[in-house]
Design a protein around this ligand. Structure first.
Ligand SMILES: [Zn+2]
Length: 251
């Protein structure tokens, strides 16, 4: 039986803390591995703690664009110190929603670039937040030699998806796929060998997910929906996603 890989989830978020033993148990029982991304120093440390508890936790540490104005050196140090342990660097990226001035934009870009250079230095994959900044990111990425690039929660248009595919980037879709027509259209245009799935928990989703805290088990619905859209069996897609996840992670 294949392992299910969640390409992007924030298990280090305080919202999961009280249920953590149960979540790690479920992951073991249901054969789920998760790329656990971080936001800042605190969540990066928490991600490393979770990795100590379960090897199904694949630790990604880094600074999210929302946190880019805070002190960043301690996170860079943590990446350096743990470079042999971590699975990747993330969540990193660009997002103008979190800035007010040009200076802050420059800081955000600097923090992003520094983390891309660390990914290059240690040959690690990256999990990228690209809300409304795909064109900026497409300009920056070719300057770095990074083994696996994931544009998580892909939200571009069809031509941006084409660019991502042509450059060999991975894209991931989450619970939104189950009810959002535009995401379903994008999925059918995604090369199945560059497709990953994610929950981005604890982000909440509407409709059938009723704004409940996103559980890692929502992945089955995402994969089921994707298999219908791609006209392949659930099992076959599961195998494909496991294979893609391993290539993304370089394992
Ligand atoms: Zn995220």
């Amino acid at each position: 039986m294949s392992w299910i890989y969640d390409a992007h989830i924030h298990l280090s978020d305080p919202e999961y803390k009280s249920d953590m033993d149960m979540i790690l148990n479920y992951m073991d029982l249901l054969k789920i591995k998760a790329c656990c991304v971080s936001m800042d120093l605190e969540t990066s440390n928490e991600t490393m703690n979770l990795y100590e508890k379960s090897k199904n936790v694949l630790p990604f540490i880094g600074i999210h664009p929302e946190m880019a104005q805070k002190e960043s050196e301690p996170v860079y140090d943590l990446i350096e110190e743990n470079n042999e342990i971590i699975s990747g660097i993330g969540e990193i990226g660009l997002d103008r929603t979190y800035i007010d001035t040009d200076d802050e934009w420059n800081v955000q870009k600097e923090v992003f670039s520094k983390q891309l250079s660390l990914a290059e230095k240690f040959n690690k994959p990256v999990s990228i937040h690209s809300r409304k900044t795909l064109s900026d990111i497409f300009e920056i990425l070719p300057s770095y030699k990074i083994p696996g690039i994931l544009l998580h929660w892909f939200d571009g248009n069809k031509s941006q998806l084409r660019t991502a595919m042509d450059n060999g980037y991975f894209v991931s879709y989450g619970p939104l796929l189950v009810y959002a027509n535009d995401k379903q259209t994008l999925l059918t245009k995604t090369d199945p060998s560059q497709l990953l799935v994610e929950t981005d928990g604890p982000v909440r989703f509407s409709r059938c997910f009723e704004y409940k805290t996103t559980e890692i088990m929502f992945l089955s619905s995402v994969i089921f929906c994707a298999s219908k859209l791609l006209h392949i069996s659930y099992e076959k897609l599961l195998e494909q996603i496991e294979d893609n996840s391993k290539r993304f992670l370089g394992i």
